[in-house]
Design a protein around this ligand. Sequence first.
Ligand SMILES: Nc1ncnc2c1ncn2[C@@H]1O[C@H](COP(=O)(O)OP(=O)(O)OP(=O)(O)O)[C@@H](O)[C@H]1O
Ligand SMILES: [Mg+2]
Length: 247
Amino acid sequence: MPGGIKIENLNFSYTTGNPILKDISLEVGQGEKLGIIGPSGAGKSTLLLHLNGIIAGEGTVRIGDTIVEKKSLPVIRKKMGLVFQNPDDQLFNPTVEEDVAFGPLNFGYNRQEAAYRVSQALKAMNLEGFENADSHHLSLGERKRVALATVLATSPEVIAFDEPFASLDSVMVVQLLDIIEKLDATLVIVSQSLLPLISCCDRLAVMVSGQIRACGQKEEILKNERLMREGGVDMDFYRRVYKKYLA
Ligand SMILES: Nc1ncnc2c1ncn2[C@@H]1O[C@H](COP(=O)(O)OP(=O)(O)OP(=O)(O)O)[C@@H](O)[C@H]1O
Ligand SMILES: [Mg+2]
């Protein structure tokens, strides 16, 4: 069973001094899929960066039984994978293949096992034939898929996805949803793409101005239109467009 996530009283400011995360406490159960919505600038990416210790605020973050702190980072980085919002933060090798192989090789898989993992992850992201491409010459959606593949290739027990559906076409979104559904991992998924998000998460949290305003079963959260609007989602807009063009 994959480990869960427990965040207790987390506070954080960048050097500018404005509080960005304000007393956040949040739990994600073992194997659960938690969705997080929130307007731009709410602090969602900042929160995810705390899960594998890229930045550290005051308070406690646990992945399984391990507290995220400097000395535990090698263990945490093995347990926990983060797909960055901006794929260019994830990709730093000369070719797609090397980028995707980096994690498995770094975690001690032999060349043969690493090559198998790379081929599986590239296949999952429809990237066969891209092995020798330079990631930085790919389109944004292609780079996003490579970034997703780098994390999928290591099969972490906890994965945080920062805007995984952004820049993907909807056929690819459905394929990614299928992968997400089958992952035996604890997941946190931050997304402004409401439909894919609600189709894959169990619970939904609403983050506003550095705070978790609400967290509960997605059906309950979705019913609260005012809360959703605070989270940056105009439910009426979706309904109107659906009725007019799609129903
Ligand atoms: N490195 C940084 N230094 C200073 N301020 C930062 C830094 N990174 C982010 N911020 C600020 O912190 C706040 C939260 O940013 P964050 O990227 O976490 O928001 P977000 O909820 O992920 O937004 P989006 O939906 O646009 O991705 C913003 O006001 C942003 O300007
Ligand atoms: Mg963000």
